[in-house]
Design a protein around this ligand. Structure first.
Ligand code: FAQ
Length: 311
């Protein structure tokens, strides 16, 4: 017959209780969480690269300080999320190996290049904006350590978002050339930002089970709609045009209608064929290899201390 532990687990989930590390949980729930949380962690770590590209070229000291702090926060978010995955029994080495070997996914958005300074503004505005919409929903996810990690991460993410939007406000109130740079950046990032929410609901294999377990609280399409509704007035304030001829207010629905996301491009980037996939993976491998001596030295030091303590 059905496992009584499973019924108790589902009752906790249904009544908005949290599942904690030592609670019984279905193996598939554990596996799904390890998959999602580790992908989320990898995204934070790989996500440091596109912005890191501009630290040495930030236009003012103030911009540079803010950008360094933001990229550093992303490293912190990654480590925080790896720790949350470890509470499920995943090993950090295995997760990192999966990323390095190309077996693990990370968000498609970080496979696009940062070609201009405006891209740093656009990443804060749209990429962090999308991340917040997704993560605010995840603050109510059923797994306790993940939900709590999201609360803190959202707070830092909202500073990131404002940092980016302010860059664009300045560019859009600047010279004609600066405003053109902002528009060109929006043109390149808009559709990739919409892809961050994942495939459409009728094409999302994990959604039904993840919603039943309350790992996901809102569907990919619901979150994407929220993001479009939030971004349109922000683009209007900047005086920028969202590159979608089908975008228009639908009074009946009370939402903006928008065009079809270029899913072929999404699938290609997911397969590893985006503009920067190879470059991102190579940088990660090099960072791991360059840091090997530090880990070896730390282990040797720990072994020596342990040996001394035994005497
Ligand atoms: N990129 O069945 P679904 C950030 C995969 S924000 C790559 O719908 P699910 C902050 C999906 O994993 C970005 N893969 O899957 C920051 C699944 O893979 P599988 C990170 C994607 O899990 C800002 C397959 O496709 N945020 O880092 C993408 O139910 C600025 C089928 O899809 C998170 O990870 C994609 N865009 O829903 C940092 C949030 N979309 O089964 C630096 C947490 C889908 O083959 C700078 N994650 N896939 O392993 C989630 O909310 C969910 O995992 C979704 C996907 C919504 C992403």
């Amino acid at each position: 017959g059905p496992d009584p532990r499973e019924a108790a687990f589902q009752a906790t989930v249904d009544s908005e209780g949290k599942i904690e590390p030592k609670d019984w949980m279905p193996e598939a729930y554990r596996k799904t969480l390890i998959r999602q949380i580790s992908q989320h962690a990898h995204s934070e770590i790989i996500g440091m690269q596109p912005e890191g590209n501009w630290i040495g070229r930030a236009p003012t000291l103030r911009r540079k300080v803010a950008l360094v702090a933001k990229v550093q926060d992303e490293a912190g978010h990654g480590l925080y999320l790896y720790s949350a995955a470890e509470t499920l029994g995943a090993s950090r080495d295995d997760m990192v190996d999966a990323l390095i070997d190309g077996r693990a996914k990370y968000s498609t958005i970080f496979n696009y290049p940062t070609l201009t300074w405006a891209d740093i503004g656009t990443i804060g505005w749209l990429v962090d904006g999308a991340a917040i919409i997704n993560q605010v929903a995840l603050c109510r996810t059923s797994y306790g350590p993940y939900a709590r990690a999201m609360v803190r991460i959202c707070k830092e993410e909202s500073f990131h978002q404002r940092q980016g939007y302010e860059i664009l406000v300045d560019l859009c109130q600047g010279t004609a050339e600066q405003k053109r740079m902002a528009q060109e950046s929006l043109n390149r990032w808009w559709w990739p930002a919409l892809m961050m929410f994942g495939p459409s609901d009728d094409n999302s294999p994990n959604s039904a089970q993840s919603m039943a377990w309350k790992i996901k609280r809102l569907s990919n399409d619901e979150l994407r709609q929220r993001f479009v509704d939030q971004s349109v007035p922000q683009a209007e304030y900047l005086g920028l045009t969202i590159p979608d001829p089908d975008l228009k207010w639908n009074a009946e629905r009370g939402h903006y209608d928008f065009g079809e996301v270029p899913w072929d491009e999404f699938m290609e980037v997911l397969k590893g064929n985006g503009p920067c996939n190879r470059q991102r993976m190579e940088a990660r491998r090099k960072a791991r290899d360059d840091g090997a001596w530090v880990r070896e030295a730390a282990l040797a030091h720990a072994a020596k201390r342990a040996a001394r303590a035994e005497k």
